[in-house]
Design a protein around this ligand. Structure first.
Ligand SMILES: [Zn+2]
Length: 464
């Protein structure tokens, strides 16, 4: 009998909890959709500040703006964490053309890849050879490549439903194309933009030379998908054409910047931390609204919604706006370094860095036992159609926090259109839908609320 009463009381308290959870979660969504701040913050970041490349004046303006806005939320602490970041500057707008013969040129849209060296001042003109990605490049011989520009034209795999997987399968040519092609004597590299759509926007992104000497480095640029198709078609008919491009980008010495951090200190476990974040820096061609202004304002909104709800979190909850995800990850590395130095116990980190699109659920990097626990929360997200919970990575900025204790999570959104905008000039404020952005912020808040309230199974064991 005692046992039955005991089980009954658990059942009643579970139902009670679940009702409270439903109500609290609904309130987060109501507040985000009716009185949310995320869209106005994004408007300022995008339209008043603009692209926020690491080391730029705009990046510093974004640091000052977001810190001031966090100050207004009445959090327990707001501070700037210094971090050294690379400073790469694009210079003049790039130009490029296909030269069919001395009388006929076709202009094409390119942009320098982040971290690339410039072409010679007058530009670079050479024969061009099409290669379908890195695997194909590795099979080529020096006499095929020497003295030529290599055109790496492996499209993102359009049959992959997970667009990030499609990105992952092709992005190697952007990151390491120049470093590999130069080994075969290439003089420059043109890479097909990482874009599933055919359009005229070239998409930048980081590239690496590894330990190559500066005077051995060759310039690398991205070409729009439409122009990649044109170039490929022309090369299919005539291999003797030449390609010209000119870019004046430059790498400077590292400069100091900051991660922006705000905290609500926990009532029960102040020395156990939960982090919510996105990256404040962006590429320079657009406003960086989708990548990752959206994730930053959503993360700020999580703390605002929690604060306004009157719920006092048990754990210390931090928003971290990471600097320099795009071309170095210095902010994420620095934050993790300080966590280690101070021996701060982080139990959870959640990143939003997939664009401000309709939220679908979350990915989790954790053990089986914890994932089972997390899955038990999925029904609470069903009314919002945000119950797609899967195993997977959290995000680049929170990656350096990984250890056996922490659970890393990422907001998963409908990413079918993400690569239309990613790192391109059309990544602007108008590409973000207000409602979708706000639904994402509320979904993140709901998850943070549940993790804070229930902790993780292993956390309870270690505290007993
Ligand atoms: Zn990003």
């Amino acid at each position: 009998m005692k046992k039955i009463i005991f089980l009954l009381s658990i059942l009643v308290s579970t139902i009670g909890n679940s009702q409270t959870d439903q109500e609290n979660i609904k309130n987060f969504y109501n507040n985000s959709l009716s009185n949310g701040k995320s869209y106005a913050w994004l408007d300022h970041l995008s339209n008043q500040i603009g692209g926020r490349l690491s080391g730029s004046v705009n990046a510093e303006k974004a640091v000052a703006f977001t810190k001031a806005e966090l100050d207004k939320l009445g959090l327990d602490k707001v501070w700037l964490q210094p971090v050294m970041v690379p400073k790469w500057v694009r210079g003049e707008k790039e130009t490029a053309y296909i030269e069919l013969d001395s009388n006929k040129k076709i202009n094409v849209n390119i942009c320098a890849l982040g971290g690339s060296v410039a072409t010679p001042v007058g530009g670079l003109k050479a024969e061009i050879i099409e290669v379908r990605g890195m695997e194909a490049l590795k099979l080529m011989h020096r006499d095929e490549i020497e003295g030529k520009i290599v055109f790496l034209n492996k499209p993102m795999e359009e049959t992959f439903i997970q667009t990030f997987k499609a990105y992952g399968s092709s992005v190697g040519q952007r990151v390491s194309g120049a470093a590999e092609a130069v080994k075969l004597g290439a003089v420059g590299v043109i890479v097909r933009s990482m874009n599933l759509r055919l359009d005229d926007f070239p998409h930048t992104g980081t590239m690496r030379y590894g330990d190559q000497d500066i005077d051995q480095r060759i310039p690398a640029a991205a070409i729009s998908t439409n122009d990649a198709e044109v170039l490929s078609e022309i090369l299919g008919k005539n291999k003797d054409i030449e390609f010209y491009f000119k870019q004046s980008c430059k790498q400077y010495a590292d400069v100091q910047s900051y991660n922006v951090i705000g905290e609500i200190t926990g009532t029960e476990f102040p020395d156990r931390y939960m982090v919510i974040g996105g990256h404040l820096d962006s590429w320079d061609l657009g406003d960086g609204s989708q990548d990752d202004g959206a994730g930053c304002v959503q993360s700020m909104e999580v703390l605002r919604l929690l604060k306004e709800s009157g719920i006092k979190p048990k754990h210390s909850i931090r928003v971290v706006l990471f600097m320099n995800e795009e071309n170095g990850l210095s902010g994420g590395k620095e934050y993790a370094k300080v966590v280690k130095q101070k021996e701060e116990n982080h139990i959870f980190a959640l990143e939003s860095d997939s664009g401000g699109f309709t939220p679908r659920g979350f990915s989790f990097d954790c053990n089986d036992k914890i994932f089972d626990q997390i899955l038990s929360w999925a029904p609470l997200f069903k009314p919002y159609m945000v119950h797609y919970f899967e195993r997977g990575g959290g995000g680049a900025d929170i990656g350096p926090l990984k250890n056996d204790q922490i659970v890393l999570a990422g907001l998963r959104v409908d990413s079918q259109r993400y690569f239309d905008y990613h790192h391109a000039a059309n990544d602007t404020f108008d590409a973000v839908n207000k409602r979708e952005l706000e639904l994402g912020a509320a979904s993140m808040t709901a998850l943070v609320y549940l993790v804070d309230k229930y902790g993780f199974n292993y956390t309870d064991e270690s505290s007993n």
